[in-house]
Design a protein. Structure first.
Lengths: 259, 379, 337
């Protein structure tokens, strides 16, 4: 059985801080990690490798430093890794990203593609289903449990208030939830082995894809503007009666979309 | 001369850090307070290849090097001094001598399970009357037909009781002084071998430190490690390697104490500002970090020398001497910078200070290290 | 793709277990504003099996000018391909300029598939939507980078412009039973090959989250509450917010709650989106466990309590009278949606 796991290297957004002086994001020194949903997808694939001997390949689209995420995946136990990296891929929205990844997947041998549900920097949850659409295969998202039965996967697909158990025949794609498992660590031997492997880097020239559909130029959506949400300094303190206090709290929570 | 760790070691350090923060740190306080041997942690460490880092894959190891191994000891010790020494004693003092001095059969039979983490190792040299003066061994191993009869006792043995395999030193020929000492691989469960009194210690309280008692234990001849009479040499060479592990433990304790203190002084406010804004605090921290960085380079140099198959005994002694004294100094200052709270068990620095003290004593006291260094200088 | 050919605003009216979901009405409330700004009609697209005229009438009462009913036995339970096919057909026939979906587990599964098939852009989890002067393009604002940044996205050359919006972010309109609108029916062909996955079972269950480290909302109590009875009242607020109750070390030591709820140096480190500290003074050991929370509200009768230095919003008042008042206000806010 062949599995390809798509992973993205992301900044650890839980570590991001706002510079109090400029009000902008401090990006230096933020550790890069494998996106948590993707890591759980990888763990699920590695469990299938342990159980039924599946071959696991990891694929990532990113700048050259995304290679580190692929080394980590290899050190966790993945068999092969491929890096998609080219200036032409940069600035892509989810349409262009999924188009590029689908083109790479057409070059690989697989029964199952595993993606994370969403990345903690983009937070869109769009790339996985869009890849499936480009490849013309069924997909199941929000997967919280993954098993293989014959030539199909049987998954638990989470909804807000319950789940469906779904059977999807190969070839198909699933998007994984980080709650589904606790990913293993890299092993010591795995780290040394990971660096003995070669990670091929594929650029635009290596893919059969229309350049008009990739990168910034191939993106139907683009960012018009962005701003940080404001620095966190000691907030306002109100000395009021309890009912007024309750009212103020609820108003602020509404403003912040917390309720 | 490259002072930067290479890619493999950097990735390993990330893994060690994640593992230590998630699996080891949450247990550290309880391990210390209730003197709990971290059995479950050791099992997890085995799963990820920690227990045989510098040994080749053909012997069940991870195919790494000594630098990778001591980085693991450092990372574990940063959050838990006990867990660091469990690994160090197992790897440097039991698995390493079998790897370096054992026969092929001994490596297959004993090194493989040790490196895989299926069995835990220990080292028995110290006796009630033989500490720094290790030559005064009173445990005897009388040569018999096909076996040696082991009688005597050992004191202050790390991992005792939980270990499955023990490298034990004993006199096979009283007339020959240190040339009459031999090394043996003794297995838990051998008839007549029992664990005696458990020490109540100031620090590394989760580490099981006990007496070993040998009453007519029949150790098979196949379990003689190296040659008869070669035991003292094996012990000294093994301790040279073990010193690097302890130096790494001390290094981890020092850095852990600094990291905790940095977080604390940013939070704690007195006289209207954070402690971190006072120059005294800043200068103290600078000194602590500079010394710890120096210790780090000495420890890594010793490990790298061993990996390069260069002489490393003096480098190891220097690293152990400097790192352990640094750890004691840094952890003590860390408690001071925490003020009253630092003296309570609510914060980890007092435990780190108690843990640091032993690094100046075991596997060769600081005095012994000074003897080694000066002897090399003055020969 | 000729952008000017696309007119009108569609709202995907999510329906589950035979009931139209609240988010559909919220989207109509917001969609009404967009449709009016564009001077174009607003239609709700309702997929399901056994659709009733009363369901369409409700959608009109909440702002739709038209309801497009797509009634088919294979649309009774959500499955990606049949739903995608139906929505794509509605888009192909009617060419709307804008399509909104709720950012629910269904919406976030369906919208990407639809947008890829239709070859257009999709913007997820929008918190604000507007029409740009001049270009008349949709301005879609959403959080990114883990919520640290707000970005405004446009989709200038592709149609329809598609967005998903989280439930609870937009407000539905006042129900107007007298509102007029038309109901149309769209037929869709669903073949066996479109049912390309097999639903083996459908299970409803409440997800119980008992770990304070996993909760996105924590209502935390300290010694300032005075008694275990007062501490228990925090449940009223936690329930309204879908969160858990946590505690300072002091009240854990007093036995008011279990140690698994303790936040702080010797307890757990938490970083929920919302942390409400009630009757907690803010000793350094506590702060260390929660200072990275998204939004910190502190309530304490002592204006000098150190917690106010770390809070985004501080209320100096009698905490035991504020807690039930807060639960009431939250209940009222929920009801008006």
């Amino acid at each position: 059985m062949n599995i390809v796991v798509c992973v993205k290297q992301v900044p650890d957004t839980t570590e991001v801080k706002i510079d109090p002086a400029t009000g902008t994001l401090v990006r230096e020194g933020i550790p890069s990690i494998i996106n948590p949903d993707d890591k759980s997808g990888l763990e699920a694939a590695l469990e299938l490798k342990d159980q039924v001997g599946a071959k696991v390949t990891v694929l990532s689209m990113g700048p050259p430093q995304a290679e580190l995420a692929l080394r980590e995946a290899l050190a966790m136990g993945a068999d092969e890794a491929v890096l998609l990296s080219d200036r032409a891929f940069g600035g892509a929205d989810t349409w262009a990203t999924s188009t590029t990844l689908a083109a790479a997947l057409r070059k690989l041998d697989w029964d199952l593609v595993v993606c994370g549900r969403q990345a903690i920097d983009g937070d869109t949850a769009q790339v996985g289903p869009q890849i499936a659409e480009h490849l013309g295969i069924p997909h199941v998202s929000y997967v919280s449990e993954l098993k293989v039965e014959g030539e199909a996967v049987v998954v638990k697909r989470a909804f807000e208030d319950g789940y469906q158990r779904i059977r999807a025949k190969f070839p198909c794609l699933v998007t994984a939830l980080k709650d589904m498992n606790k990913p293993r660590y890299m092993s010591v031997g795995g780290v040394f082995d990971a660096y003995r492997k070669t990670i091929p880097v594929w650029g635009l020239a290596d893919l059969d894809v229309d350049p008009a559909n990739i990168g910034l130029k191939g993106s139907p959506t683009r960012v018009k503007s962005s701003y940080t949400k404001g620095t966190k300094s000691a907030g306002k303190v109100y000395e009021v009666d309890p009912k007024e206090g309750a009212r103020i709290i609820v108003e602020r929570l509404k403003e912040k979309f917390i309720i | 001369m490259d002072f930067q760790a290479d890619k493999e070691h950097r990735l390993l350090q990330e893994m060690y850090r994640d593992f230590a923060e998630t699996e080891v740190k949450p247990l550290a306080k309880e391990v210390d307070e209730r003197e709990l041997f971290p059995v479950e942690t050791v099992r997890k460490m085995a799963r990820y290849g920690f227990m045989g880092i510098p040994f080749p894959k053909e012997y069940g190891g991870s195919g790494g090097d000594n630098l990778a191994y001591i980085m693991a000891v450092e990372a574990l010790s940063k959050v838990c001094g006990t867990t660091g020494v469990v690994l160090s004693a197992h790897s440097s003092l039991c698995a390493a001598p079998i790897y370096e001095f054992g026969t092929e059969e001994q490596k297959r039979k004993y090194l493989v399970p040790l490196a895989k983490g299926e069995k835990l190792g220990a080292f028995g040299l110290t006796e009630p009357n033989a500490g720094t003066d290790a030559s005064g061994q009173q445990t005897t191993a009388e040569p018999k037909e096909g076996f040696y009869l082991l009688n005597g006792s050992k004191l202050f043995i790390t991992n005792a009781g939980y270990a499955d395999l023990y490298i034990v030193f004993a006199m096979t020929d009283r007339t020959k002084g240190t040339r009459g000492i031999s090394a043996f691989i003794v297995e838990k469960g051998m008839k007549g071998f029992s664990i005696g009194k458990k020490e109540e210690k100031m620090g590394i309280r989760g580490s099981s430190t006990c007496e070993l008692v040998f009453e007519n234990v029949e150790v098979p001849a196949a379990n003689l490690l190296g040659k008869e009479g070669g035991g003292f040499g094996i012990a000294m060479k093994t301790l040279d390697g073990g010193r690097i592990g302890i130096a790494a433990q001390a290094l981890g304790l020092a850095q852990g104490a600094i990291d905790e203190t940095v977080a604390y002084v940013k939070e704690r406010k007195q006289f209207g500002k954070a402690l971190a804004q006072f120059q005294n605090t800043q200068f103290q921290l600078a000194d602590m970090q500079a010394r710890t960085d120096a210790a780090r380079l000495l420890v890594y140099r010793a490990a790298a020398s061993k990996d390069a198959k260069l002489p490393y005994a003096v480098e190891a002694a220097t690293a152990k001497l400097f790192a352990s004294e640094t750890a004691m100094e840094v952890t003590t200052k860390a408690v001071q910078l925490h003020g009253g709270y630092g003296y309570t068990r609510e914060y980890p620095v007092e435990r780190m200070m108690r843990d640091a003290k032993i690094t100046e004593i075991y596997e060769g006291t600081s005095e012994v290290q000074r003897m080694v260094i000066s002897a090399a200088m003055l020969k | 793709m000729n952008v000017s050919e696309y007119k009108g605003v569609f709202v995907f009216a999510e329906r589950r277990d035979g009931a139209v979901q609240k988010v559909a009405y919220e989207l109509l409330g917001m969609g009404r504003g967009i449709a009016d700004a564009l001077g174009e009609p607003l239609a709700a697209v309702l997929l399901g099996s056994g659709l009733k005229d009363s369901e369409a009438a409700e959608l009109i009462a909440f702002g739709a000018d038209e309801v497009i009913l797509v009634d088919h036995p294979d649309l009774g339970v959500y499955m990606t391909e049949p739903y995608t096919k139906a929505v794509v057909k509605a888009i192909a026939e009617r060419k709307p300029g804008v399509v909104f979906f709720g950012a629910t587990t269904i919406g976030r599964d369906l919208a990407p598939r639809v947008s890829a098939r239709v070859k257009t852009g999709l913007t997820a989890d929008c918190t604000a939507l507007a029409v740009e002067d001049g270009t008349r393009n949709l301005l879609m604002t959403r959080p990114a980078f883990g919520g640290n940044i707000m970005a405004t996205i446009v989709c200038p050359e592709h149609r329809p412009q598609m967005s998903t919006v989280r439930p609870g972010v937009m407000r539905k309109l006042e129900r107007d039973g007298a509102r007029k609108g038309r109901v149309s029916r769209l037929a869709v062909e669903i073949e066996a090959k479109d049912r390309n996955v097999e639903i083996l079972e459908v299970v409803s269950e409440k997800v119980a989250r008992k770990n304070i480290e996993d909760s996105t909302v924590l209502v935390s109590g300290g010694r300032g509450l005075g008694s275990p009875e007062n501490f228990r009242k925090l449940d009223l607020v936690a329930d309204e917010l879908g969160g858990l109750v946590s505690a300072s070390r002091a009240v854990v030591d007093l036995g008011w709650v279990g140690q698994d709820r303790q936040v702080g140096q010797t307890g757990k480190t938490v970083r929920p989106d919302l942390y409400i500290a009630c009757g907690i003074s803010g000793m350094i050991q506590h702060i260390a466990g929660m200072e990275d929370s998204g939004f910190i509200v502190a309530v304490n009768k002592n204006s000098g309590a150190p917690i106010f230095e770390y809070a985004d919003l501080g209320i100096v008042t009698d905490v035991n009278r504020l807690v039930p008042a807060l639960a009431e206000e939250l209940k009222a806010a929920k009801a008006e949606r």
